[in-house]
Design a protein around this ligand. Structure first.
Ligand SMILES: [Mn+2]
Length: 329
């Protein structure tokens, strides 16, 4: 095993409140020392919100999440792992976006992601609205050897994001997973959507997912059977889904609107009655052992945020997912 690691700035020389902000203070990709290459994860921003159906502004999230991530430290207590000693991590900057066209944007971001770092480096995209997930999934699928039938996926979201088109637009933030499934990038029978809740436009909103075998754990299924919200039939379903994955290459996508607006107000399509930030972190920690191939966190809207709490949560979501990978190496 190569002894690569992530060199952080000395916090007693360059304090956490000083310097140019990168994700979690990881080095810029260009600054990674030769002995720490290739990086295990290339983390990049996608400042794009041309795919939203409601309130815009997520294009400003990567910059704000970088800022809020300065206080994310490297040692994970639950997994007993220091991610910076286990992994070489880098901030790869922002993808070139096409603000006026969701499809052109998806192509541009996917091409950027495909060229990032080394083919062995995993890709973490920080949105941006959820339409950007398609591009990172596509680049991840290619990078992981184009697994036939597609990647497995664990999806945290209030919404299923499998709407065929909105206003005739097939590449908006309601549609990334229908496109990824159509293109064979995601295997719907190995897709788990956690935290889905209403109100929906119609019962038919669930049809595509049900017809294609997507496993859905609704918000209500998560909380039934326990006041903690995390001791329930929904959790049992998650555990058995994770077991069924064995060592399958699995993509993790987190729409921050899965969390209640009381904890994550800074988002464009808020949905009341979500899980808490602590519950989201607990659910992510429960995925230990999953073979994580790539990931994203999306839908932070800084202009609607208060005290940076949504962006801070997104930074910790990123850390939790990377820590899952570190814990299994
Ligand atoms: Mn979404």
């Amino acid at each position: 095993m190569p002894n690569r690691r992530t060199i952080l700035p000395d916090a007693r020389v360059s304090p956490r409140f000083a310097g140019v902000a990168t994700f979690c203070r990881y080095p810029r990709l260009a600054d990674v020392l030769p002995e720490n290459r290739p990086v295990d994860w290339a983390i990049y921003g996608v400042p794009y919100d041309g795919g939203v159906t409601y309130r815009p502004g997520a294009r400003f999230a990567p910059r704000v999440i970088r800022d809020e991530s300065q206080y994310v430290k490297p040692f994970h207590i639950g997994h007993n792992v220091n991610v910076c000693e286990k992994l070489s991590l880098a901030d790869a900057g922002d993808a070139p976006v096409k603000p006026y066209s969701p499809k052109e944007n998806a192509d541009s971001v996917a091409a950027f992601a495909a060229s990032l770092a080394d083919p062995s480096s995993k890709l973490f995209a920080v949105g941006g609205d959820h339409s950007i997930a398609y591009a990172n999934i596509r680049a991840t699928w290619e990078r992981r050897g184009r697994p036939s039938g597609g990647l497995a996926m664990i999806h945290f979201d209030s919404h299923l994001d499998t709407v065929d088109a909105v206003w005739g637009e097939k590449w908006g933030h309601a549609s990334p997973f229908i496109r990824a499934i159509e293109d064979g990038l995601i295997n719907p029978r190995r897709m788990l959507s956690i935290g889905v809740k209403g109100p929906l436009n119609a019962a038919s909103d669930l049809e595509f997912a049900k017809k294609h075998g997507v496993t859905i754990v609704t918000r209500e299924e998560l909380s039934s059977g326990g006041t903690s919200g995390c001791a329930s039939g929904g959790v049992t379903a998650i555990v058995s889904f994770v077991k069924s994955l064995a060592n399958a290459e699995t993509y993790v996508t987190v729409d921050i609107d899965v969390v209640d607006p009381a904890f994550a107000p800074g988002t464009g399509t808020p949905s009341v009655g979500g899980i808490s930030s602590a519950e989201l972190l607990a659910l992510l920690r429960s995925l230990r052992g999953v073979n994580i191939a790539g990931a994203d966190v999306v839908e932070v809207l800084p202009d609607r945020d208060h005290a940076g709490i949504t962006a801070l949560l997104a930074a910790h979501v990123m850390f939790e997912i990377i820590a899952l990978d570190a814990a299994t190496r």
